[in-house]
Design a protein around this ligand. Structure first.
Ligand code: NAP
Length: 312
């Protein structure tokens, strides 16, 4: 790697030291700077970012590549000051397995009614409920991308009856796949556990609307590991309060951190986690990031390129 490769890292969430070590192990000749300490902004060739501040990109006039430190690029695309260079997303085995484990945990917790046994234990009650076979539990997965397809495959591998939905037709072994809006309504009415794994784009914002929540089976459970605004959060709260939905596991919210005033905090049938279903593991992600940097330096397309028109 030529010495002219200069990387700027900007994230309030990710470990800059771990990233520096992981990237320099792959690209020993590169310079690595951590925002806001920027020497000669025009010399920066790659920006590795998570939600950089507005105005961040303006002085980076020599930029060739933007690396988003996550799978979802909604926060970058929504801001309107992006330079005209390729934008790539994270994709690493660590992120996929972490997300799959979260989805398996949440689906199993609902399917096996673990929350009800936790409550019974607090009452010192031996509450035997005969378990149902997993094959009788229909699970829907909205979004069959890198994370959604892996989670759907793992659920199917455990024996769940898995129904997946995406924008274009897809084949995922062991998963009944469908696409298109008519298929969405059919899926919502069929499944008893719904897992949302869609990117946030203009088309998916509010997709799980009040109307679509009403189409879900009475008592159904909802798991959102994608982005809060994909679901109408007020309608979700009403559906949980009114008893139409039986419970939810929520890792993402319209406003994060979730305000202390949100009624979701106090709902006994809701499990809240603070947007950590999956994270990028620098040691596992750096290889592909470095390969993208090398490719762009020689004029080739990078790995895991985001399609700006479709928004993911
Ligand atoms: N909570 C967390 O910690 C966390 C961590 C990582 C990621 N995430 C979220 O998870 C999301 C999914 O990640 P991923 O890597 O699986 O994304 P991805 O590889 O970009 O896949 C997106 C999937 O959604 C489908 N899709 C997109 N727009 C659609 C629409 N309008 N109608 C129907 N289907 C649509 C795509 O359909 P096609 O297959 O037809 O293109 C694809 O199957 C990310 O965007 C991010 O927001 C959350």
């Amino acid at each position: 790697m030529s010495r002219s490769e200069t990387i700027l890292f900007a994230s309030a969430f990710d470990d800059a030291v771990a990233w520096r070590n992981a990237i320099l192990a792959e690209l020993p000749g590169a310079a690595f700077q951590v925002y806001p300490e920027v020497r000669d902004p025009a010399a920066i060739t790659t920006a590795i970012v998570w939600r950089p501040p507005l105005g961040f990109f303006a002085p980076l006039t020599g930029l060739r590549l933007v690396v988003n430190l996550g799978a979802g690029v909604d926060s970058l695309l929504g801001r309107g000051d992006l330079p005209d260079v390729p934008i790539v997303r994270m994709s690493d085995p660590g992120m996929v397995s972490m997300m799959t484990s979260y989805v398996l945990f949440s689906v199993i917790r609902h399917a096996r009614e673990i929350d009800s046994f936790e409550e019974a234990q607090r009452r010192r009650e031996w509450r035997y409920v005969h378990p149902r076979p997993l094959s009788s539990v229909k699970v829907g997965v909205l979004g069959l991308g890198e994370l959604g397809a892996a989670a759907a495959t793992a659920l199917a591998g455990l024996g769940f009856d898995v129904h997946g939905w995406s924008r274009r037709g897809k084949e995922v072994p062991g998963v009944a796949c469908s696409h298109g809006m008519e298929a969405l309504d059919a899926l919502l009415g069929a499944v008893e556990i719904l897992v949302i794994m869609l990117p946030l784009t203009p088309k998916t914002r509010g997709l799980v609307s009040a109307e679509r929540l009403r189409r879900m089976r009475p008592g159904a459970k909802l798991i959102n590991v994608a982005r809060g605004p994909v679901v109408d959060e007020d309608a979700l709260i009403a559906a949980l309060e009114g008893g139409h939905l039986g419970g939810a596991t929520l890792d993402v919210f319209v406003t994060e951190p979730l305000p202390v005033t949100s009624p979701l905090w106090a709902m006994p049938n809701v499990l809240i986690t603070p947007h950590l279903a999956s994270i990028t593991v620098p040691e596992e992600a750096a290889r592909d990031v470095a390969e993208s940097i090398r490719r762009v330096a020689r004029g080739a397309p990078p790995l895991h390129l985001v399609d700006l028109r479709r928004g993911y």
